[in-house]
Design a protein around this ligand. Structure first.
Ligand code: AMP
Ligand code: ZN
Length: 307
């Protein structure tokens, strides 16, 4: 099977097996401008889903500008609506400043801060856009890194919510999910997050994107060097895709047992109203260091979000 067939078949099978998306869904795809999110929105559009691009401008200088221009061109060519979230308008600062403050005040480094803020912004805006699903380009390598990083931190329980779609449950004989679980995810304040590339190797996605010939940048994020994640990634690069699959599948099988008694109920953040595991959500803990107070998430979308 050639690479185009291989990757597209894997996505189709994942959607069917885990019932990730419906044709009637409003599917918002979080676009970074990289190969993973560009490939997944392209495949979902090709499969006939109602896709919309949502991109956060992180203000990472010419790197962000190039990714933004590429996505405007790509979405224009494929007739996909594209929206931008302006980080400075939303939070008053770009990501570099935020990371610098958090390093100084809480010694938080690496991709953690960026990941928390991206998740918070994407969930809020997906709700405003009335999305049924929020798709990200996370792939098998990302998931293998998560399993390993949590293990090396001595806390495998950090991964018990990991799955191809939030709100779904794994049982002894595989994944189970239905409309009520999707509803549960929604009523807990999350737009259901979906990762159709959960079991697709990064090497295959790169080859796919190059074969199709997307006019995008293939460089890694300029902030992600010398982080815990990049060290784990370098180490995992030495093993085969099959071995990475074994790590992820092996962990997924253990989740039901780990979840018993360790699934904390989700609360509502008392500051911003988003889902949280304690009184304040992780993003608001970061915002405290920035002296930034977000409003409660409101309904509807104002004009500033669409381009
Ligand atoms: P990363 O954490 O950079 O590996 O990105 C993982 C996924 O998060 C990507 O495949 C996108 O779906 C999403 N993502 C990353 N950066 C952005 C961004 N600036 N705007 C919107 N979505 C993003
Ligand atoms: Zn909060």
């Amino acid at each position: 099977m050639d690479i185009i067939n291989k990757v597209e078949t894997q996505v189709k099978e994942a959607i069917e097996k885990y019932r990730l998306l419906k044709k009637s869904d409003k599917v918002v795809v979080a676009l970074s401008g990289g190969k993973d999110s560009t490939s997944i929105i392209y495949i979902l559009k090709k499969l006939g889903y109602d896709v919309h691009g949502l991109m956060i401008d992180l203000y990472l200088g010419s790197w962000s500008d190039a990714h933004k221009d590429n996505m405007k061109k790509f979405c224009g060519e494929h007739e996909i609506p594209l929206m931008f979230i302006d980080m400075k308008k939303e939070l008053g600062q770009g990501i570099c400043f935020i990371k610098a403050v958090l390093k100084e005040q809480k010694n938080l480094t690496g991709c953690t801060v960026c990941g928390i803020i991206k998740r918070w912004l994407l969930n809020r805006w997906a709700k405003k856009l009335k999305a049924d699903k929020l798709v990200t380009g996370h792939n098998l390598d990302d998931e293998a890194q998560n399993v390993l990083m949590n293990f090396l931190k001595g806390n495998v329980l950090l991964g018990i919510r990991s799955s191809p779609a939030t709100g779904w449950q794994v049982t002894g004989d595989g994944w189970q999910g239905d409309g009520s679980l999707a509803f549960e995810a929604k009523s807990s304040g999350f737009v259901q997050r979906v990762k159709p590339f959960f079991y697709v190797a990064e090497n295959d996605i790169r080859e796919y994107a190059k074969k199709i010939g997307f006019d995008i940048l293939y460089d890694k994020c300029p902030c992600s060097f010398e982080t815990y994640r990049s060290e784990t990634r370098d180490w995992l690069d030495k093993i085969s895709d099959d071995e990475k699959l074994k790590i992820v599948v092996g962990f997924q099988k253990k989740i039901p047992g780990l979840r018993k008694g360790d699934m904390k109920e989700l609360k509502v953040c008392k500051s911003c109203g988003e889902p949280a595991s304690s009184e304040l959500c992780n993003a608001c803990k970061i915002f405290e260091s920035l002296d930034f107070k977000p409003g409660k998430s409101d309904e509807g979308c104002d004009v500033s979000c669409s381009v």
